[in-house]
Design a protein around this ligand. Structure first.
Ligand code: SIN
Length: 278
């Protein structure tokens, strides 16, 4: 891929690239928007340094890629910005968002296409990195019989396991946490490539399998997709931005800095219903 308005430096051969030459606070021109989009499709997660954005500019950048997603169990930054999630941990935290491998809100019937995290404060002694894994690679490196098996399967993704279980929250009055069934292998709507689509956070079982079969198969798929060679690790600085594609990558926020604080804001771009094209 060649780029004219941005510079793209890969972090690893598998996933991740740092982007230079973009000011996210300003509206992107059509060509630069297209190149940022292409870089995301090519690298699955892209990173920007030294950005200075207001909440409105953050949302405007997200809106270039689609409608903004509203989190079903969220911690919005304010009533004025209900689309912005606060990602915060400190000495009082009992859990942090994303501390297990996952793709965002895969329990939704139409899970988000992408997420844009703007980091503002980091722990003083380092830590708080985010790991990303290439789920195309996870699918493509399975043996042909297991690929075939997985292509015929559908998994349950249940928000109650995370928001109710780990986070100990109760759903809003009269509502329950989202729970959806998605194909275990999904076709990316833009690239047409197949990606594995199960994760430890939200996936609770595979439809039609006995529990011990489902548990064993999922554990095998999780371990396989967490292979270090499929990953990159992003070391944040204040004012860094990461934009990941939830349809082709999963991620894991390291909580190795307790009791120190880390603070960022996330805008999430809506997606569509996962499908598998034969
Ligand atoms: C998330 O899953 O959005 C959190 C990622 C992070 O805090 O690095």
């Amino acid at each position: 891929m060649t780029y004219e308005t941005i510079e793209v430096r890969k972090l690893t051969p598998a996933i991740g690239a740092e982007i230079f030459g973009v000011d996210l606070a300003k509206p992107l021109g059509n060509q630069q928007f297209q190149e940022v989009h292409d870089a995301l499709m090519e690298n699955l997660v892209i990173f920007f340094r030294d950005q200075d954005m207001t909440h409105d500019q953050h949302k405007d950048f997200g809106r270039r890629f689609g409608k903004l997603h509203m989190h079903p169990s969220s911690n919005p930054v304010s009533q004025i910005h209900p689309e912005i999630l606060t990602i915060k941990a400190d000495g009082n935290s009992k859990y942090v968002a994303g501390e297990e491998w996952h793709t965002d809100v895969s329990c939704d019937p139409e899970p988000p296409m992408g997420s844009i995290l703007y980091m503002k404060e980091l722990p003083p002694d380092g830590g708080g990195n985010t790991l990303f894994a290439n789920m195309y690679r996870a699918f493509e490196t399975l043996s042909a019989p297991i690929q075939k098996l997985c292509e015929g399967l559908v998994a349950v993704h249940d928000g109650a396991q995370v928001y109710g279980g780990r986070f100990g929250r109760t759903p809003p009055p009269g509502k329950s946490f989202p729970r959806s069934e998605h194909p275990v292998v999904r076709t990316h709507p833009v690239t047409g490539r197949k990606a594995l689509y199960v994760n430890r956070n939200f996936t609770t079982g595979i439809v039609g399998l006995r529990k011990h079969e489902s548990d064993a198969l999922l554990e095998m798929l999780y371990r396989h997709s967490e292979t270090p060679e499929f990953q990159c690790r992003f070391v944040w600085q204040p004012n860094s931005v990461a934009f990941w594609d939830n349809r082709s990558a999963m991620h894991h926020a390291m909580w190795d800095y307790f009791p120190h604080s880390r603070l960022g804001y996330r805008v999430t771009v809506a997606g569509d219903k996962p499908f598998l094209r034969a």
